[in-house]
Design a protein. Sequence first.
Length: 332
Amino acid sequence: MKNITIITDGIPGHVNQSKGVASLLAQSYPVNIYLHKMVFKISFLRAFFTIIAKLLLKKPNRLSAKVVSFFYAPVDLTNCDLIIAAGGKTAPYVAANKLLSNIPAIQLGSPRGMNSVLFNALVTVERYFDDPSNIVASLTPNLYSPESCARSSLEQGLKEHILFLIGGEGIGYCYEEYEWDSLITGIQHMHSLTKLPISVVTSRRSDPSVEKILQSRLSNIPITYSAWFHSGDKDFKLDALLGSAKNIFVTEDSAMMISESISSGQPVTTLYPSSINSPARYKQHINKYLDLGFITRQSIEKFSLKEKINTTQNVEEHLAKLKNKLIERIEW
C-alpha cells in the first residue's frame, strides 16, 4: 500500500488535478490518499514568503529548504511515499519538503520561477525545461476518465442528453448579453431538433444574473439534470452527466471544465465569444486540444451538433502514457 499526501492551497481545481494524478497511479498500485492544507505561519506575509522562498530555492540545499519550511505550518510526512500538489503557491512548500525528506514529489502547473529539477516530476501542458523532470501532459489531469464516467452514468441510470457546462468571464474571455441570448436560442433550437433533454451546469465563474436568465428562459424544455451553482445545487455527479451526454458543449474560459469534458471520451465542443484577449499560452493550450482531435470550436452565437466520434481510446492512451512517465520518475 502506497501513502500519498496531497498538499492543497484550498483551490478546488488544484485539488482535483492532484486527485486526478493520484487516481491515475491508483490504477497500478493500491493507495491511501491524505489531504494536507498548506498554511502560512504568518498569513498576511504569504505573498512575501512565496517570493523569498522561490529565490532561496534557486540554490536548492538542505539549509535553504529549512529556511523555506519555516514559513509554513509543518506537514506530517511519516510513512508518506509520495507528495502531490498543484498551483504556484504550493510549489516552494513541496520542493522544500522533498529536499528535507527525500520523498518523491509531483508538482502540477506552470513553474512560475521554479525549476522542474526541484521535483521528481513537474507536469505542465507545454514544455518549459529540457529535462526529463518536466513532463508535458496532453490533457490537464483531473478526476475523470472514460471508464469512470461511463460507470457512473450506468450507476445513476441517466438517460442520453446534451450537456452544457457554463463558465463566465475570465482569462481574457468576455461575454456580451446578446451572446447569452444566442446561447439560449441555440439550446432551444437544439432541443427542438433532437428532442433530447438538455442539461446545464453552471460554475463559480458564472454570473448569477446570467444563471437566473438561463433558468427562466429554458424552463419550457426538459432540463431535469441541470445543476445551478448560485442556487446551491451541489449534490450532483458530474461524471455521470459527462458519461451519459451525447454531446458536450463547454464555454472556452475554463481549462478545467474543458479537460474534464475531454476525459469523458464524449464529443466536446468549446464555445467562444467575440471578445477574447487570452494569454498566448492559453491559446496554445486550446490549439493543442484541437490538433489532438479532442475538441471542436464554435462561436457561442451559432453552434450545432457534431457527428459523434468516440475519442475514448485516444484519451485512454494519453492518460496511460502520462501514468507510465510518472511511475518512471517516482521510481515506484
